[in-house]
Write a protein that binds this ligand. Sequence first.
Ligand code: 5AD
Ligand code: SF4
Length: 436
Amino acid sequence: MKKKTVACTTLGCKVNQYESSAIVQLFMEKGYKITDFNDYADVYVINTCTVTHMGDRKSRQLIRRATRTNPGAVVVVTGCYAQTSPAEVLDIPGVDLVVGTKDRSKIVDLVEGVGLEGNRPVNAVADIMSADTFEELPALVQNRVRGFLKIQEGCDNYCAYCIVPYARGPLRSRSLESVLEETKKLLDQGFKEIVLTGIHTGAYGKDAAGDLNLAVLVEKISELRGLRRLRLSSLEPQDADFNLIDVLVSSPIVCRHLHLPLQSGDDRVLGLMRRRYGTEHYRKLVQRLRKKMPGVAITTDIMVGFPGEKEENFRNSLNFVREMEFADLHVFKYSPRRGTAAASFKDQVPAAEKEARSMQLIKVGKKLRLGFMSDFVGEASEVLVEQPRSEDNNLYEGLTDNYIKMIFPAKPSLRGEIVKVWGKKVEDDHLTGRII
Ligand code: 5AD
Ligand code: SF4
């Protein structure tokens, strides 16, 4: 019998990428063949994002694309947009099954049950706010040389702008044993670098009995033999305490790269956002990291146009961003999200103003990135060799531990290895270099 085919596409963050890998793996284990999302398939999985209205819009576009490519396919919509807006998704013609951010371990059975009794579309979205355990969804087959590993689910912070606690539910940490076991399996597969991901990774262990926390986890993973690099994907500024920083600094494998979402560089706006730190804490944290981890890349998320953000508050953000000398900046335009506190705040900022502020920050971000990279011209850095450049197969891409993309000539056999690369020249978003 001909194998059934499945195609999956992913929007949003690294957690979604991880979960898509896991979902694809579940289909493979049941004998499905994986195809490209643009090709004809029997089943399409769209793993959605809802962090801004753009996430919703792109999710809907991809759903429609799948229904056009094969009108007879089973179309499955999962992830954060599916979780928070199941009715909107069920209304799109051609959608057969909606699964939120829970019960993905059952996704193949759910797909195979669709249409058996003419009951489509099927709404399999569960109540996420009452979820109280971490759903194991291992992703051992990943299409890259850096392995992602999800260590927790959910968030209890309720920042005023953010829909994620409603999309992901409360904090649930994965057990230490399970994280270590998956790390070992990834090592067996040949991964040299592991990226710890989650929705609120800094809160890891706080829902568990005993003294489990992120610092303990990093220490335990660092003791495993064979792992060359451990990277944290994001860390809330209030969670980076002295103890954690000391553990990160003393681990021989933790990368000199921290993503510390700032959101605003103005204390009044941070208060309105219900963030749990001020600029003074943030400044001290960055100073400490720079002192203890020379060459560290500090990257951030920053939002413009939060309700009540006046020109003066935006100026403060701009100045603070310059002062922090971020290695990279992700700029977001505030997008009101249904059910969040800020959606009903007064003083919403006009779209044109958000656009103008975002452009200014993007420009500053670009300058800072070039500045950071140029510090490593004429220096040797360790690079994990990843994929070949599509335009020129003799050139490979890779990342330094402090998150600089390097492009350099290499042989295919070096893929997945860590090599020393001498930085030659800054070009757009990367450094060119040669192996030494
Ligand atoms: N509007 C715009 N950006 C948002 N983010 C989270 N919620 C919103 C929103 N409502 C951004 C934050 C977060 C990143 C993942 O998305 O900057 O760090
Ligand atoms: Fe998007 Fe946030 Fe969900 Fe990730 S957790 S997919 S960024 S809404």
